[in-house]
Design a protein around this ligand. Structure first.
Ligand code: NAD
Length: 471
């Protein structure tokens, strides 16, 4: 689905018209060009509040990129001389930064903040340089998960980072800049690599103003090829014949997985074409049929050595205000969007088809967070997905994780069916002033699916350009 306004406003004539009329001018977001492109390039400015525990890991992670690292020589912040890392960090004086200087990313270790007075450190760091972030730049704060804080004062100051970053994301989004907080439970700092890479890379182009939580988990001893992290993994993607599901199948395959593409038998031709393009296979099956959980389970037992990744993407809308909603709209939708996911997972667990360290990723929606007129059935199903993920994440063993993405307005056939005015409002009502692409959702799912995301469990990540609705 094409966004004509976005195209026109980025043409030479359109740009001057949009500027003269003071209309929003959505920038062209930088997305992953090739799988082996460096996750971060350019100059990165970093620092932290004294006493933090994440800077060393941050420097090691950034040392694997082609970025050049700088630290501000500022009073009350961690300076280049304080950082103990093999990665070279250059010292930079604040007054040496002129208006033209651009940083691709700002990264701040806030784990040392334990009182509300300490919070001043984020102002001290970001205030002088926030206008020096490059177009499509990245801002990341690493903090301590508020629920794991020792004192209410610490919990308050860590939670404050969320409001801070959501505001910064809103202020900078018009330049395509994104901003997130990665919260680590104390002792889990070594697991921030995967979320840090994701948040700093073009893969998170349409994710902004979000928090991700990282918990302690057993670290895999095998070294990871970051250009092909899913090599040797078997993945199932439901609803894979088009739209977001097609993009997920392509992205998981790009990252090295063998992908089984599932969709309803009526979509067999399109499904076969998606699978053929990525060297995958197909499973033409309606997930609501009573035999579906056992058929899927048997497929991975017999044809493969179990299942490593399942992406519950298949979903429908059946919009009507509640008083006008026929019963079958409710029944069919809840069955496809919610109940069938549960039944399939139950069978895969009961038959022990999930391999060790398997990844379950569900697709929710911001409609499930904010609610929507005419979508009481859809929003209920997508809220249900969130409740399911949050609860199941606490019960999983064997390194298995479950997370969900909650897309906002994504350009697909589903959103193409929305009436024009509502569609246009949905596209623009976010900090980046544009709809997302199916690939943006797929990248977030690939991040959750990675073996490196071992400490990422029970997260609900919005892929919505920081939509103004909902949290
Ligand atoms: P889409 O309609 O283009 O694709 C959905 C796919 O699911 C279709 O190929 C369809 O055949 C398949 N499907 C439906 N019922 C099925 C069943 N019973 N068994 C097997 N497959 C079935 O939709 P999309 O926009 O690509 O959405 C994909 C997911 O993302 C859905 O869960 C949707 O709710 C969610 N989502 C989409 C958006 C958006 O803006 N497009 C926003 C939020 C959430």
């Amino acid at each position: 689905m094409s966004d004509l306004y976005h195209k026109v406003s980025n043409s030479p004539v359109g740009r001057s018209v949009v500027s003269a009329l003071n209309l929003p001018a959505p920038v062209i977001l930088e997305r992953q060009s090739r799988p082996d492109a460096p996750f971060l390039e350019g100059d990165v400015l970093l620092s932290g509040a004294p006493g933090g525990s994440a800077l060393e890991t941050i420097c090691t992670v950034l040392g694997a990129s082609t970025a050049s690292l700088f630290a501000l020589d500022a009073k009350s912040l961690v300076t280049a001389g304080d950082i103990k890392s093999k990665t070279k960090v250059y010292s930079l004086k604040s007054d040496a930064i002129d208006e033209q200087r651009r940083f691709k990313a700002l990264v701040f270790d806030a784990t040392g903040i334990s009182t509300t007075e300490d919070l001043k450190a984020v102002y001290t760091f970001f205030h002088p340089i926030i206008r020096n972030v490059a177009k499509c730049g990245r801002i990341v704060i690493v903090g301590t998960e508020p629920s794991s804080c020792r004192t209410p004062a610490m919990a308050a100051s860590q939670k404050a980072l969320e409001g801070f970053i959501r505001s910064v994301a809103k202020e900078t989004g018009k330049k395509g800049i994104t901003a997130q907080v990665i919260y680590a439970i104390p002792g889990s700092e070594s697991h921030i690599e995967s979320p840090l890479r994701f948040c700093l890379s073009p893969r998170s182009a349409y994710v902004s103003g979000q928090t991700l939580s990282v918990s302690k988990a057993a670290k895999s001893r095998a070294s990871l090829d970051w250009n092909s992290p899913l090599k040797g993994k078997v993945a199932l993607v439901t609803g894979a014949s088009r739209g977001i599901g097609e993009a997920i199948a392509k992205t998981l395959s790009r990252d090295g997985a063998k992908v089984v593409c599932l969709d309803v038998p009526q979509a067999k031709d399109a499904l076969e074409s998606v699978a053929a393009n990525i060297g995958g296979t197909t499973l033409a099956l309606d997930i609501t049929t009573p035999v579906a959980p056992e058929v899927i389970s048997a497929h991975f037992e017999k044809q493969f050595d179990g299942l490593d990744i399942i992406v519950h993407n298949a979903g429908i809308t059946r919009d009507k205000t509640l008083g006008r909603m026929p019963e079958h709209f409710w029944d069919l939708l809840v069955d496809i969007n919610l109940s069938s996911e549960e039944r399939i997972n139950d069978a895969l667990f009961a038959n022990e088809v999930f391999n060790k360290n398997a990844r379950i990723v569900c697709v929710s929606s911001i409609s499930g967070i904010a609610g929507n007129v005419g979508q009481s059935n859809y929003a209920a199903s997508k809220s249900g997905v969130i409740g399911y993920v949050e609860s199941l994440s606490k019960q999983l063993k064997g390194g298995i994780t479950i997370n969900a993405v909650a897309p906002g307005f994504i350009e697909t056939q589903m959103t193409a069916a929305i009436p024009f005015m509502i569609r246009e409002a949905g596209r623009r009502m976010n900090s980046l002033n544009q709809g997302g692409q199916p690939e943006d959702v797929a990248e977030a799912i690939a991040f959750f699916s990675s073996p490196a995301s071992q400490g990422v469990n029970g997260n609900i990540l919005r892929v919505c350009g920081q939509s103004l609705i909902g949290k």
